[in-house]
Ligand binder design. Sequence first.
Ligand code: SF4
Ligand code: SF4
Ligand code: SF4
Length: 208
Amino acid sequence: EIGEREILEVSVLGNNVIVKGKDFEKEFLFDEYVNDLCKTCKIRKPPLVSKFPDLYVGECEEYSDIVDDFTDIEEFDSKTPEEKWEYITDALSVCTRCYACREACPMCYCSLCFVDQNKPIWFGKTTDLPDIIVYHLIRAMHMAGRCVACGACSLVCPMGIDLNLINRKLEKIVKERFGFTSGLDPDTLPPMVDFKMEDAEEFMLEED
Ligand code: SF4
Ligand code: SF4
Ligand code: SF4
């Protein structure tokens, strides 16, 4: 609606986003344009104030725990494993492996991403479904306990894939199994980069 006109000022008033330029002023409904994850976000002010007193601006807050009922993924969670697999594979089948999601992600800062490695080659370079799934599975493992649910990956996906669903599901699993929320405690390693001998491993199956 704004086209190539230059935006000079943006403000939020109630449920409206007001955008002003040289010769125009437009109002947009906040709910229709805001990132979906902003609607479910429970950490609306910068945390860790006491640990990094010189590194923040504006209003901050200390959080001891985050109460999140994950109602936004309730419908997905109510599906059977088979239905979930069908839903996810169907959603990801249009992925072109452009890697815009990785490029936009603040947690994807590896100097050499696994998708660009050729020694070893972790998986094929095609857009066949198995290769697409492997990309998203491995990236999801890298994000578990590190994703801060900023929503950037979903926002930039040219194919409109709802990556938020995967990220929120990861967040929920990490919270339920390890009581960990990403970004709240710089002194505790995220579960997937830490290992303890007493870690629960009921998912390991023993051979008969
Ligand atoms: S941005 Fe979308 S299309 Fe591109 S790799 Fe990520 S999920 Fe696939
Ligand atoms: S939502 Fe998570 S995976 Fe997506 S860009 Fe943000 S930090 Fe990265
Ligand atoms: S997908 Fe994994 S390996 Fe690639 S940049 Fe992100 S965290 Fe690093």
